[in-house]
Design a protein around this ligand. Structure first.
Ligand code: NOJ
Length: 968
């Protein structure tokens, strides 16, 4: 095996990588953010502040069919500059507000939404715009309870429900779209004519543009950060908009930040943070565990929530954006969004529930792709497994220790001189054989491919990219940009160039294709990790690309920075999909992301530290990503940096097994920490944890099916699961898994032996492991749950049925025909419900109806004084809701996947909370074997170990309808 020391010599970590927070801008160091915040400060100080933007009523035009209305907008300060407004209501009630400069000197970037959206949304046919003297309005919704009002002077957009303001744009008058100007004209801060006529009603106490834009031209044409000069050939073009939620006291979302889920304030009295939340995809070395700083991805989506309603906004902007948050009162929220460039393109999602909002967002940007089943299992990564033999050895050690694992990962050292795709043959002489060895037990390999291409004559991928002209250009747009990354001098693939897509796809072909370079030294079961796609550039400003770099179409990097990572991810996703026919579901992990990235794979929270704080904030970050529609998320188990003590490592596995994406990873300088290396009891505990994750794969897969169809997240914080329970709105250290009824509270502190878990409702919650029944209360209640090292606090809410598979296997594909256990957790009424979704987990055949979707229902049977537990075919009942993107008119109950699974049994049914010992347990008139342990029943008010009925091997198929009758 290759010695680690030799590897360390190989990897010279560039000095530039040792960045500190001071290597990233604060708002005051970004001219447009300074300008935006200064605007807000002036507005704050001036009680008669009023937005200079107004609609010219004579320009209002309602488009044929009332599809939308457009209007001319002008600013009192620049009467010659024209803006166009377009307001439309989509079929599902989402309001889109778009504003752009008309006939300006240049064009503002207007393509962010087209990258994020799956399609141009359908416009509501029911809208009737009524144009009044001072506004345009429309009332809509099933109950005619929603109203959108666009006021003329000043311009203001309000979304109301039942007469209550839900979202207000420009209510505080902070809208400002800096128009394009010439350097000369910009120098004049001309006095403004005193308003005349209608305009005189606008309360303006000042008569200079400086009143609005500030005294000085701050960083309009050039700006300095450290040794970097950002030239701005287009001049100022920033965009400021205030978005208020006058009746919502909590806001969530706008990942990615290492912070709480309910976003703390950044302005106003007692602001929690002093910096706005920043969205500027960045490779932040050793990031802080509590900060508004930018991280690797940006989803400009925010939920606003109260006990009465949930609403959300999606601000489709691709440039750097800063967001201030304030609560003028505990029950209201004001936000201010300041972006470097782009048009105003904001989607207002009316809710009114969290589920509605997820549906509305999903119809815009798509649901999460249904992952391959194996991708939900355990991933073992490290920087680096250093040779083929090393990979084989790691696989052998997992097998020897009976620890399940599905995926082995290779970081950048597999690639000769960090030329991605090109194996370093000295250490990986037999890559295809190595991959086949891994595949022999159903496992997979994931190999890293970054977007920087080593500028080397010997690197065919770079050569082809250069020849095809698909590389990002340096300022001016004539030359390919050169920067530094792992490979040394590098160039970057430009995903905005349509030419790069087919070419990128061709690289991943496993068969030779003429004189084109293809990856013949890989298999169709080699999957991909896209890292460094913010993009990370070691010698660039803020460890990224200069903003004045040029992409296809002449757009500057500043315009598209936050979208860049998603495009690379998408390109790789498409490439993997095209690798085989019929295609297999791709798996691509990305570090950088944007709105819509959920369609292409998984993300992780980047280079976290091996500390308890990072473990805890990782949970919150993954929750925030779920709010942003990107459920397939996780953090490096163990922490990327550092050498976690065994206790911490165990706790980190406990976090990992309850994360949608579950991967252990470690920095090259860390000690080896594969779980088999630990001493007892830690090794045994992790073995059990891994097995627990594997046993629950049906729960995860079922939750992912739901997410892939409805957009409801896989992890659900309390405000999503219990939207009316105020006590849960700020909770972010415990959450529910899908609709399963599983409530988890991972332990992220040293030495814990118990923890307090919040129960939101008057329901019984059963401890998954010791069957202790806890009682919630109507107004919520905290209970103390044991949490010794080997125990993750995990409760099943009464009323749920959980499906698991409990045969330990080496990898998840080997579980395909394993039998199921059903845990029926009765509620006080003696009832429960659960779902199970299964398909081949690999191909897209589910889209042709090849799947099993069952509903398990327990009803209380008064006559028999017992319970009936039945299995029904949900797919036949709701074929059109089964699979994303495909409306199956009918469902063939005898589809070939069902046929293949006919022999898969339910081997055990465990019922919690039964009222008394059964007399008889039968299925189809057959007596079944059972055991009963008396205990606390579901309807009792006391706490204690619950009664447990175990029905053994009822000999029922998971594919068919059946009923178990429990008579007591
Ligand atoms: C940075 C990534 O965040 C990390 O996970 C990876 O190990 C290194 N790049 C090397 O590829």
């Amino acid at each position: 095996m290759r010695a680690l020391s030799s590897l360390l010599v190989l990897v010279a970590v560039p000095a530039a990588l040792a960045v500190k927070t001071q290597d990233f801008k604060t708002c005051t160091q970004a001219a447009f953010c300074r300008r935006g915040r200064a605007l807000s400060a002036r507005a704050q100080e001036n009680p008669s502040w009023s937005s200079p933007y107004s609609i010219d009523p004579s320009t209002i035009s309602v488009l044929p069919g009332q599809a939308s209305f457009t209007a001319g907008v002008k600013s009192l300060l620049y009467p010659d500059v024209k803006f166009g407004l377009d307001v439309r209501v989509h079929k599902d009630g989402v309001v889109r507000v778009r504003m752009d400069e008309v006939n300006g000197l240049r064009k503002h970037y207007d393509e962010a939404a087209s990258w994020a959206l799956i399609a141009e949304p359908d416009i509501s046919p029911e809208i009737k715009w009524s144009v009044g003297k001072s506004d345009v309005r429309a009332v809509y919704g099933d109950k005619k309870d929603i109203e959108v009002v666009v006021a003329f002077q000043p311009l203001k957009v309000t979304l109301l429900r039942d007469g209550k303001e839900q979202v207000v744009l420009n209510g505080r008058g902070l809208l400002h779209m800096e128009h394009f100007r010439t350097k000369e004209s910009a120098e004049e801060k001309l006095p403004v004519e005193q308003p005349q006529g209608d305009d005189s009603q606008v309360v303006m106490q000042v008569n200079s543009r400086a009143w609005f834009e500030g005294e000085t031209e701050d960083g309009y044409w050039e700006e300095q950060f450290g040794s970097w000069t950002d030239t701005k050939p287009k001049g100022p073009e920033s965009l400021s908009i205030d978005i208020s939620f006058p009746n919502h006291g909590h806001v969530y979302g706008i990942p990615q930040h290492a912070t709480r889920l309910s976003l703390p304030t950044t302005t106003g009295e007692n602001a929690f943070y002093s910096e706005p939340y920043r969205l500027y995809n960045a490779d932040v070395f050793e990031y802080l565990a509590d900060s508004t700083m930018s991280l690797y991805g940006s989803i400009p989506v925010m939920h606003a929530h109260s006990a009465a309603s949930t609403v959300a906004i999606f601000n489709a902007v691709g440039s750097e954006t800063w967001i201030d948050v304030a609560h003028p009162t505990p029950r209201s929220t004001e936000t201010h969004w300041i972006s470097e460039s782009g048009i105003l393109d904001v989607f207002l999602m009316p809710g009114s529930t969290p589920a509605d909002v997820f549906g509305q967002y999903t119809r815009l940007t798509g649901t999460p792709a249904l992952p391959a089943h194996w991708a939900l299992a355990y991933h073992q990564c490290r920087w680096n497994y250093v040779s083929s033999d090393d990979v084989r050895d790691v696989q052998r050690r997992f097998d020897l220790e009976d620890m399940p694992v599905d995926v082995f990962w290779l970081d950048i050292e597999y690639a000769e001189e960090h030329k991605y795709f090109i194996w370093d043959k000295k250490y990986f002489p037999d890559p295809v054989d190595m991959t086949r060895d891994v595949e022999a037990v159903g496992r997979k390999m994931v190999v890293i491919v970054d977007p920087h291409l080593k500028r080397a004559a010997s690197y065919p991928v770079y050569q082809e990219a250069q020849e095809r002209g698909v590389l990002v250009k340096s300022p001016g747009g004539s030359n390919d940009y050169e920067g530094w990354c792992w490979s040394g001098s590098a160039a970057w693939v430009d995903g905005f160039n349509p030419e790069s897509w087919d070419w990128w796809t061709s690289l991943f072909k496993t068969a030779p294709q003429g004189d084109k370079w293809t990856w013949t030294e890989s298999t169709v079961d080699t999957y991909i990790w896209n890292d460094m796609n913010e993009p990370s550039v070691f010698n660039g400003p803020e460890i990224s690309m200069p903003r004045d770099n040029v992409h296809y179409g002449g757009w500057e990097h500043r315009d598209v920075h936050n979208i860049n990572g998603m495009l690379f991810h998408n390109m790789t996703f498409q490439a993997l999909k095209a690798r085989s026919d019929p295609p297999k579901r791709p798996f691509v992990l990305t570090r950088s992301f944007y709105a819509g990235s959920q369609r292409f794979g998984a993300m992780w929270t980047g280079d976290n530290l091996g500390t308890w704080e990072h473990m805890a904030v990782g949970v919150r970050m993954v929750l925030a990503n779920n709010i942003g529609g990107f459920s397939f998320a996780g953090s490096d188990v163990g922490g990327f940096f550092g050498n976690p003590e065994p206790e911490m490592l165990v706790r980190w596995y406990e976090v990992g097994i309850f994360s949608p994406f579950f991967r252990a990873h470690a920095h090259i300088d860390t000690k080896r920490r594969e779980p088999y290396l630990l001493d007892e009891p830690y090794k045994g505990i992790i073995r059990s944890l891994l097995r627990l994750r594997y046993s629950m794969l049906p729960v995860w897969y079922t939750a992912f099916r739901e997410a892939s169809v409805t957009g409801l997240p896989v992890l659900r914080p309390h405000y999503v699961a219990f939207p009316h329970d105020e006590a849960g709105f700020a909770l972010d250290d415990q959450y529910f898994v899908g609709s399963s009824g599983l409530l988890v509270k991972p332990i992220c502190e040293k030495g814990a032996t118990e923890t307090s878990v919040y129960l939101p409702d008057d329901q019984v919650y059963y401890d998954y492991f010791n069957h202790y029944a806890y009682r919630g209360a109507a107004k919520g209640k905290h209970v103390t749950v044991p949490a010794e090292l080997e125990k993750v606090p995990l409760l099943i809410r009464g009323g749920s049925i959980i499906s698991t598979r409990e045969r330990p296997r080496r990898s998840s594909p080997l579980m395909k025909y394993d039998p199921f256990t059903l845990r029926v957790a009765l509620n006080a009424a003696g009832e429960a419900h659960g779902e199970l979704y299964l398909d081949d987990g690999v191909t897209f055949s589910h889209q042709d109806g090849q799947f099993i979707w069952r509903e398990f229902v327990a009803t209380s049977d008064k006559k028999a004084r017992g319970v009936r537990i039945s299995s029904r075919n949900l797919a036949a009942q709701k074929p059109s809701e089964a699979v994303d993107g495909v409306a199956l008119a009918t469902y063939d109950i005898a589809n070939s996947f069902v046929k293949e699974m006919l022999g898969v049994r339910v081997e055990r049914v465990v019922v919690f909370g039964l009222a008394s010992k059964p007399n008889k347990v039968q299925a189809g008139g057959r007596d079944l074997y059972w055991e009963f342990t008396p205990g606390v029943t579901a309807s009792e008010k006391r706490q204690g170990t619950t009664s447990v009925l175990v029905v053994k091997d009822p000999d029922l198929s998971v594919t068919s309808d059946w009923e178990i009758v429990v008579q007591t």
